[in-house]
Structures are given as structure tokens and as C-alpha cells.
Ligand binder design. Structure first.
Ligand code: KG4
Ligand code: ZN
Length: 338
């Protein structure tokens, strides 16, 4: 079956074609980052307006480039949540309507399930069960995954998500939105010995995270040493090390407590090289392995939605004609597929 996937939950319009027997046939992305950068973050109303301008031309280009006609498409998958309501409604309305006019089923995809399954698009793919660390702009979650749709939440952020902490700290450092990649670039020039930031909540039992204190720590450190020219890079490095190390400590704990040794890491922050390195190290030390999506598929994209949707359509799932989108949607509410 050939499935069209549409992602529009935040500031990226992503479209892709996944064919169940073959794999990914094409994917295209339009990022609105440049537009939102002028405002220092995502402006929801502008995001919705931009998605509606981009999505149809992008789908048209995708089908042309992949040499696929609309008659060949067997199903449409769209992100139905969690995310910005207006932005979600664009992808949902377009996806649902295309499916209706083409006479095929449509299926709602949970954005975080898309991220979680993205590493399965790679040649080196993990077997179930595994521990997943989802680290995006809106979520930091540790999940036990026993199959598609079989998710048990083990821990999550009690305040800022890891990506959000990157973005806010980047802002303090005077960096442009999106802050994560910019902070990471600055950190390369930083001295790792200069500052040591706390590893929040690692001395307490459990698998929850708290990253908002690191931003305050960064602010105070910057104020105390604001005269020095390398302070920004040194703070960026200390911050990045603290986040990577905290994630690693909690992942190791989750692996030990579950008795599993496969670790899947996905979501925007999984594009961070220091995070990838630290998490690979701990998984290997536990006798296992860490799995990541390719860099383009760490951040939002249409491929992960086409893929997750294809698995659900294949299992006979589909949405009703009434379009429903959700700003919040716990992963645990999804139905098991395999
Ligand atoms: O998964 P994603 O594209 O969107 C959400 O679902 O939220 O994640 C975006 C987040 C942003 O906070 C961004 O700053 C962060 O991922 N991010 C990074 C890097 N690339 C993206 N954070 C640190 N290092 C990176 N290289
Ligand atoms: Zn995302």
C-alpha cells in the first residue's frame, strides 16, 4: 500500500510517501523557522497561515518527483495531535479531504508515535521491546515500548522539555530561534572544564526530568561573568553537557530497571551530537545498543507520519469522516497494533 503522510503540528510542513513493501518513496519539508525567527519563537497564527499556503504545492511536488499518481495512493496519514490546534487542522483537513476525494482511508497519527517509530525507518533498526527516550521541543519522556501502540510511560519532564530548555537558554545567549542547533554550534568552542552545571533530579529515585533550573543556572552564570568574551560558549558547553549527562543517567536507570538493553532516542534533541554520543556510550556499557533516526528525521518530518500511518492502516485502523485534532493526547491512549 502507498501511503501519503502529512505533518503540520508546529512550524514544519512535512509530506512523504511510504510504500509498505518497498519503504520510503520520497519526502519533502518546508521549514518556517526563518519566518518565526523574527519573533523569537513560533507564532501559532502565522504557522497555520503558512501551512495552508505550502501543503498542497508540496504534495503535488512530492507525487510528481516520486512518479506516483493519486490513483496509486492507498491511504492518507496526518498528524492529529499533540501540537498547535490551528496548524494541526491544516494537515488534518487537507489529508482527510484528499482521502475522501480519492476514495481511500485516512488515519490519524500521534506526533510522538511518529517520532518514536522514526528509527525503524533505518537499516539498523531495533527489535521490540525497547526503552524509548523522546526528546523534542514539547516533550521529554521515557517509555517502555513492547510493540506498535504498546507504550508505557516511565517518566517525563515535570517542567520544561529538553528542547524547550535548549531554546530558552539559547535565547539568553542571544542566539536566534531555533535555539537548539545554534547553542550546540556555540558549545563546540566552549571550554568543558570552565563550569559544571547541576544534573537535575538524578539524586532522587524515579525517571522524571526537570530542566527549567538549568536555564536559571545559565542566566546566573552569565550575569556573574558577563565581561568575559568566551563566557557564552563556555556556558553553552556546560549546559549541553548537563542535559546530555542527565538524559544518560536517567536512560541508564530505565534500562537497568526494565532489564532491557536497547535504547531508542528520537525527537529534535536526538539530532544533538553530544546527546547521541553520551546515549550510545551508556547503552553499550549496559551491553546493548542505542538507535537513532537519521538527522533529517530527528526533527519534524512527513516520513515518520507516513510510516506510522502505514502501520496503522495496514492493521485496519482508520479515522471517521469527522475531523478531530488534539492539542494534548497521551500516548497511552493509542491502540496496540503489534
Ligand atoms: O521534534 P521537534 O522537531 O519538534 C517538536 O516536536 O517539538 O523538536 C524541536 C526541538 C527544538 O526545541 C530544537 O531546539 C531542538 O529540538 N533541537 C536541538 C537540535 N536540533 C533540534 N536541540 C539540541 N541540539 C540540536 N542539534
Ligand atoms: Zn516533533
Amino acid at each position: 500500500m502507498i501511503v501519503l503522510g502529512i505533518e503540520s503540528s508546529c512550524d514544519e510542513t512535512g509530506v512523504a510517501i511510504y510504500e509498505t513493501d518497498i519503504g520510503l518513496r520520497g519526502d519533502l519539508l518546508y521549514s518556517q523557522a526563518e519566518m518565526h525567527a523574527q519573533y523569537g519563537g513560533v507564532v501559532p497564527e502565522l504557522a497555520s497561515r503558512d501551512h495552508i499556503q505550502r501543503v498542497i504545492p508540496l504534495i503535488d511536488q512530492l507525487l510528481n518527483e516520486a512518479d506516483i499518481t493519486s490513483e496509486q495512493v492507498g491511504g492518507v496519514a496526518y498528524t492529529a495531535g499533540p501540537g498547535l490546534m490551528g496548524a494541526l487542522m491544516v494537515g488534518a483537513c487537507v489529508g482527510r479531504s484528499l482521502a475522501y476525494s480519492w476514495g481511500v482511508h485516512a488515519v490519524e497519527v500521534h506526533h510522538m508515535e511518529g517520532h518514536l517509530l522514526a528509527p525503524l525507518l533505518e537499516d539498523k533498526r531495533p527489535e521490540f521491546p525497547f526503552i524509548a527516550l523522546l526528546v523534542s521541543g514539547g516533550h521529554t519522556q521515557l517509555i517502555r515500548v513492547d510493540g506498535v501502540g504498546r507504550y508505557q510511560l516511565l517518566g517525563e519532564s515535570v517542567d520544561d522539555a529538553a528542547g524547550e530548555a535548549f531554546d530558552k537558554t539559547a535565547k539568553l545567549l542571544g542566539l536566534r530561534y531555533p535555539g537548539g542547533p545554534a547553542l550546540s554550534k556555540l558549545a563546540e568552542e566552549g571550554n568543558p572544564e570552565r563550569f559544571t552545571f547541576p544534573r537535575p533530579m538524578v539524586d532522587r529515585p524515579g525517571l522524571d526530568f526537570s530542566f527549567s533550573g538549568l536555564k536559571t543556572y545559565a542566566r546566573n552564570t552569565l550575569q556573574n561573568g558577563s565581561e568575559e568574551p568566551t563566557i557564552g560558549a563556555d556556558v553553552a558547553r556546560a549546559f549541553e553537557d548537563a542535559v546530555a549527562d542527565t538524559l544518560a543517567i536517567k536512560c541508564r536507570r530505565a534500562l537497568r530497571e526494565s532489564g532491557l538493553n536497547r535504547l531508542v532516542v528520537a525527537g529534535g534533541v536526538s539530532a544533538n551530537q553530544r546527546v547521541r554520543l553520551r546515549l550510545s556510550e551508556i547503552a553499550e556499557k549496559e551491553g546493548g545498543e542505542a538507535f537513532f533516526p537519521r538527522l533529517n528525521f530527528c526533527t519534524d518530518n512527513g516520513a515518520m507520519i507516513a510510516f506510522a500511518g502505514a502501520l496503522r492502516l495496514q492493521a485496519g485502523e482508520h479515522s471517521s469522516l469527522a475531523i478531530e485534532t488534539r492539542a494534548r493526547w497521551p500516548l497511552s491512549e493509542l491502540t496496540a497494533v503489534s
